[in-house]
Design a protein around this ligand. Structure first.
Ligand code: ATP
Ligand code: MG
Length: 414
């Protein structure tokens, strides 16, 4: 994409009404735009990252047998009354239709997915089944000051699993844990993310969160250095040692919950009368699990974890583009032509490139923009590099620069 074509621009200064680093950097670099507290527009650069994160999540959910659907965001009061959550889910956004009936904007979808599965599943032969979506969720969060980390409108991947019994649920639960770690690995967060034991419920002692360590996180966790496992502060009084190895020297740190998996047992299947028949004609409640990840929160978390004083530093697989090609305005007859040709060749080879072709912008501003936007590779074509018929290549996360022949670069990056 040509930078001159982008309708958004970077700003010289961070927005004054944002306190979190992720929102300040993302707004300043033109990835997101703030509409109101906890409500943002994803701009072209931000949307590209979001789409990549969603794609990674979908691939990993498909790989464990997930079937993707898209449920409505507008959900009837009756569904929530069936589970008692119309009154107990504090953050529910409620609204009235012209038909004088009440609705809630979906904050989670057990109330919709359980009756859905019930329409198709009757026998043990149809279980297990795994249904997921990536969708906009709404929660009337009290504090929405952490940018994308806590939106009032945000994206969530929510998967729901349906099983004949506890053991089958437990087996899938472990599989889902592994799939989650593959997601965080591909998003570049594996080394910072811990499987964290949190409070369970009626049906299991624990639930599990995936907590990414960052100063800006709202949660406090206690990490076991030996196991790469953590305990959420909320259960540390009951769980003072590592649940895996018994280590009592846990390290206290701030983290953000990027994912959460939970055994629901029969709470929701009972509420909706969702049962199946076994081989002998007996009826049993379906066992359920739920598995959430927030793609928009992940986007903000990546920014919190990967930045320096100049701006963001995107991990390769979620960067909006792989390379930032910069044409430095200068006195060399072949300069413009070489830069244009390089841009075409990179695009032709399927390499995602943001091409700073702007004429009226200084080299200094272009470099500052490249650091702020934070694409993994910076490619510079200038009068100086043209004398050597080459491009200057620099990784965003390294200081080293290297000259590569113009004719070589596409092959190098492919
Ligand atoms: P938290 O404890 O942070 O309030 P939660 O436990 O209520 O989150 P879940 O209901 O389990 O979250 O939602 C699944 C995932 O959705 C979370 O792990 C998180 O990644 C994301 N998520 C939840 N609430 C928000 C929000 N307000 N803004 C952005 N992402 C969110
Ligand atoms: Mg939580």
């Amino acid at each position: 994409m040509r930078q001159s074509f982008l309708f958004t621009r970077t700003s010289k200064e961070s927005p004054k009404d944002e306190t979190s680093y992720n929102a300040r950097a993302l707004v300043r670099a033109g990835f997101i735009d703030k509409v109101a507290a906890g409500i943002y527009t994803l701009l072209p650069l931000g949307l590209r990252v979001h789409q990549k994160i969603c794609r990674i999540i979908s691939e990993e959910m498909d790989a464990i047998g997930g079937q993707e659907v898209l449920m409505p965001a507008l959900t009837p009061k009756e569904s929530w009354q069936a589970t008692g959550r119309w009154d107990s889910f504090g953050a529910l956004f409620k609204l009235m239709g012209q038909d004088s009936r009440e609705y809630a904007l979906g904050a989670t979808h057990e109330e919709i997915v359980t009756p859905l599965a019930k329409k198709f599943v009757f026998s043990y032969k149809e279980l297990p089944v795994f249904i997921y979506q990536i969708q906009t969720k709404f929660r009337n969060e009290q504090r929405a000051k952490a940018g994308l980390l806590r939106g009032r409108e945000f994206s969530m991947k929510d998967l729901y699993s349906f099983h004949t019994d506890k053991d089958d649920l437990s087996e899938f639960y472990k599989l889902a844990q592994k799939a989650y770690f593959r997601v965080f690995e591909r998003c570049g967060l594996l080394d910072h993310t811990y499987l964290t034991f949190a409070s369970g419920g009626e049906f299991s002692k624990y639930s599990h969160e995936f907590q990414t360590v960052t100063e800006s996180g709202e949660d406090t966790i206690y990490v076991c250095g030996k196991c790469a496992i953590a305990v959420n502060e909320e259960i540390i009084e009951e769980q003072k040692a590592c649940p895996n190895c018994g280590n009592k020297k846990l390290e206290k740190t701030k983290a953000v919950e990027v994912g959460n998996i939970f055994k629901l047992g029969t709470r929701f299947s009972r509420a909706f009368g969702f049962a199946y028949t076994d081989g002998e004609g007996g009826q049993h409640d379906v066992h359920m699990g739920c598995y959430g990840i927030g793609p928009s929160r992940l986007l903000g978390t990546i920014v919190e974890v990967y930045h320096d004083e100049k701006g963001m530093i995107w991990p390769d697989k979620v960067a909006p583009f792989k390379a930032h090609l910069i044409k430095v305005p200068g006195d060399h007859p072949g300069l413009s032509k070489a830069a244009e040709e390089l841009y075409r060749n990179l695009e032709g080879a399927g390499i995602e490139v943001l091409y700073d072709d702007r004429e009226d912008v200084s080299a200094g501003e272009k470099f500052a923009d490249a650091d702020l936007i934070g694409l993994p590779l910076r490619l510079v074509v200038s009068a100086k590099t043209m004398k050597k018929n080459s491009v200057e290549v620099k990784r965003r996360d390294e200081d080293k620069v290297e000259l590569v022949a113009l004719g070589e670069i596409v092959r190098r990056l492919s």
